[in-house]
Ligand binder design. Structure first.
Ligand code: ADP
Ligand code: ZN
Length: 730
């Protein structure tokens, strides 16, 4: 009998008999099963001797999809761990671990439609064609660029969404052709020859020696300021592992998977990595996954979900920018890829390296307790000096449109000295608030407890929480008087900077300016080449980029985090400031960081400026210990959302009742209460917080809770979820 994971929201495995004829599928193979009225793709988790179902109730699988297992025992072990730890149904975990095509039951080597230019096509004059039929010329040119092997039709659709219409005539004229092909396999030979890196400095050599000592294989944290040469150290360790014939998995933040890092890896290791990120077509993703699984790819680089990628012979896992929030999935299966990397490393007996300039307190605590080994790179490699930090008191020097006079003067002097400037504000749009100058009415979102953000260019009000939009009116909906945008977002800053520095080129980088595919890469490339004098942007700019000419970073509004309600506010704020500050003065020029604040006396600033992130983290850890917050206790959040508040709260009251039996010294239950933003996208949201000093006790309670809630009729009226180790308490 087979224990099968089926992609349904039930915390159960399902028993099936093998197909009536043919071999018994091994664990890790997919099968097709009848599930209620539907056919579903399932994955065999294990073989079993007996079932809770009576033999005559058991059904046979309809078909076996894979002859050999897609997932190894170790991969299944990771899926099981994930399901148990995050209290999420195993079927959904397995589904998350598989590329979309495999989840849909497609073959591991699907047949794909290819389009290629013919010989006649290559000799056609594209210029001439483009006069008569520009669309056709575009398709033909793209295919000529791709060469004789052609492009996947799906890929072509990405490049030219309406290519099929134009292609009709091209097919008829015999300029292009269509054929079917087994999905292309990964070709590693495209990589250039490996280039040697710089000679490591003393700190880097010590770090590398520690990584190589592998005392009892485990986890390492490399804590080093931006530019301290962490990447150089990983590169050398990766090289060792690859030389031993093993594979390396590198996890990077979503935004960090820039061509810059990838091209550095290619160049230095002389290996083409298999890439796994959200910008791929389904076929490309499957090809990379296949290459990782077969061992054809020696280097696998991906974002969060790449942690589930099977590896033939894993030798090392690297998590770059460990502190980045994108490692935690915030919906559906709410896992932390960083934490799973540690678990996977331990299960496989391979080392895990975490790297960052601003480690999370969770990871620091593991270092203090000796579970992970801490390696410090305190100095910038190559001798660049650390940037100096200075506060601008915005009470004494008020800002107009976000820019105070001292900041404006600093921008001017850095530009005069041929430096580049980055102005950071973590708020996109023109202004966060639209207010009536007469009655004080504020434009709110109709579906959320939030204000509408003014987007001046598009003349729209947008809700950044639910995506609702409405036209930007010039008069108040309540009293008819004029309204005005209050506060500033990146667009307003950009405008203000253009007014002040009309001669300078200014580039804004945020999720509005970079929606078009490739727009961000293009903007960043220009910025890196020093083409933009002033960069204005959000968090997007603070991650991992290297701007050689950048000498000044201005932080426009640093006060959001000082009085934040979340216990992580100060950790977060310090991380974001230190990360963005790290962009300044990376090469031969000293950098300067100016921080605008209305509270220059706040102790946070003196700690950060005199002791750096390390001191902020140390003090925050002491405070968390005293107040029993993570990492000294563990949290889980049960969330619910419903059209009626009573339903959302009522559901959590049931949960709270069920947890009473577990409450005591080691487990506290707080709530239910309204979520900090109680209404979002028309739904009322509530939450119940579990806090525990005893992990097994917490997990036992959550396990029972999950089963109870799944069965509960009240669950039909709400959307609910369990979030273990939540990083946002809303
Ligand atoms: P991090 O990953 O800590 O930000 P990198 O490894 O990217 O640091 O190094 C920052 C810069 O310093 C890069 O341009 C890199 O080539 C250079 N670098 C790193 N190590 C050395 C070294 N030992 N000597 C000279 N330059 C180095
Ligand atoms: Zn909204």
């Amino acid at each position: 009998m087979l224990r099968v994971a089926v992609n349904v929201p039930l915390s159960r495995e399902f028993d099936y008999l093998p197909p009536a004829d043919g071999p018994v599928p091994a664990p890790g193979c997919r099968v097709l099963v009848q599930f209620g009225p539907r056919r579903q793709v399932g994955l065999v988790l294990a073989h079993a001797d007996k079932s809770d179902l009576a033999r005559d109730k058991l059904r046979h699988c309809l078909a076996v999809i894979d002859e050999t297992p897609l997932l190894s025992d170790a991969d299944l072990q990771l899926a099981r761990f994930t399901s148990n730890y995050y209290h999420h149904p195993i079927g959904e975990v397995v589904a998350a671990a598989l590329p979309a095509l495999l989840r849909q039951g497609k073959s591991l080597h699907p047949i794909v439609e290819m389009i290629a230019v013919t010989e006649l096509g290559t000799s056609t004059d594209v210029e001439v064609l483009s006069k008569r039929a520009p669309k056709q010329a575009e398709v033909l040119e793209t295919l000529c660029d791709a060469g004789g092997n052609g492009l996947e039709a799906e890929h072509l659709t990405e490049l030219l969404p309406n290519w099929r219409r134009a292609a009709k005539a091209l097919f008829e004229k015999g300029l292009i052709q269509r054929f079917e092909s087994r999905a292309g396999d990964f070709d590693e030979t495209l990589a250039p020859a490996a280039e040697p890196g710089p000679e490591l400095n003393a700190d880097q050599r010590t770090a590398l020696a520690t990584l190589r000592s592998d005392k009892d294989v485990g986890a390492f944290l490399i804590e080093g300021v931006t530019g301290s040469g962490k990447t150089e150290v990983y590169l050398q360790r990766m090289q060792d592992v690859i030389d031993q014939g093993q594979q390396v998995l590198v996890l990077v933040p979503e935004i960090g998977l820039t061509p810059q890092l990838v091209s550095r890896l290619r160049r230095r290791l002389g290996i083409d990595p298999a890439l796994l990120h959200s910008g791929l077509t389904d076929n490309e993703r499957l090809a990379a996954w296949r290459a990782a699984r077969s061992g054809a790819a020696r280097l696998v680089v991906g974002t969060r979900s790449a942690i589930f990628t099977p590896l033939k012979s894993p030798g090392l896992i690297v998590v770059d920018e460990e502190h980045d929030h994108s490692f935690k999935q915030q919906e559906g299966l709410r896992y932390s890829a960083r934490d799973l990397a540690i678990v996977r490393g331990r299960n496989l007996g391979v080392p895990v390296i975490l790297g960052t300039a601003t480690p999370t307190l969770e990871v620091l605590r593991q270092c203090h307790s000796g579970a992970y080994e801490l390696i410090r790179l305190p100095k910038r490699a190559g001798g660049a000096r650390p940037p100096t930090m200075r506060l601008v008191d915005t009470i004494r020097s008020p800002a107009t449109d976000g820019i105070s006079e001292p900041l404006a003067a600093a921008i001017d002097s850095h530009l005069q000295a041929d430096g580049q400037v980055l102005i950071f504000l973590n708020r996109r749009g023109f202004a966060p608030t639209l207010i009536c100058s007469s009655c004080g009415h504020i434009a709110d979102c109709e579906r959320c407890d939030s204000r509408m953000t003014v987007h001046a260019g598009a003349r729209q009000l947008r809700c950044h929480h639910c995506g609702a939009t409405r036209p930007l009116a010039s008069t108040c909906s309540e009293c008819g008087e004029t309204v005005k945008p209050l506060g500033e977002g990146t667009q307003r800053l950009e405008e203000a900077l253009r007014e002040r520095f009309p001669e300078r080129s200014i580039t804004r980088i945020d999720s509005d300016s970079t929606q078009r595919k490739g727009a961000m890469v293009a903007a960043l490339d220009l910025a890196k080449e020093g083409e933009a004098d002033i960069l204005v942007g959000t968090q997007m700019l603070s991650k991992g980029h290297h701007f050689p000419k950048l000498t000044l970073v201005g932080i426009v509004n640093a006060d959001q985090g000082l009085f934040g309600t979340d216990f992580r506010s100060s950790e977060r704020m310090a991380q974001s400031i230190v990360q963005v500050a790290g962009r300044a003065g990376r090469e031969h020029r000293a950098g300067e960081v100016l921080i605008q604040t209305a509270f220059p006396e706040h102790v946070f600033w003196s700690t950060l400026i005199s002791g750096g992130y390390e001191r902020v983290a140390e003090e925050a850890l002491a405070e968390r210990e005293a107040t029993h917050w993570p990492p000294f206790t563990r949290l889980a959040l049960v969330r619910s959302a419903a059209h009626q508040r009573a339903d959302a709260i009522g559901f959590l009251e049931l949960a709270q009742q069920a947890l009473l039996a577990h409450c005591g010294e080691t487990l506290r239950v707080l709530g239910p209460v309204d979520a900090p933003m109680a209404r979002k996208a028309g739904r009322h949201r509530a939450q119940l917080l579990l806090q525990s000093s005893d992990r097994p006790a917490l997990h036992l309670a959550l396990r029972e809770l999950r089963f109870m809630l799944e069965q509960s009729p009240a669950a039909r009226k709400v959307r609910w979820s369990i979030d273990v180790d939540p990083i946002e308490l809303f």
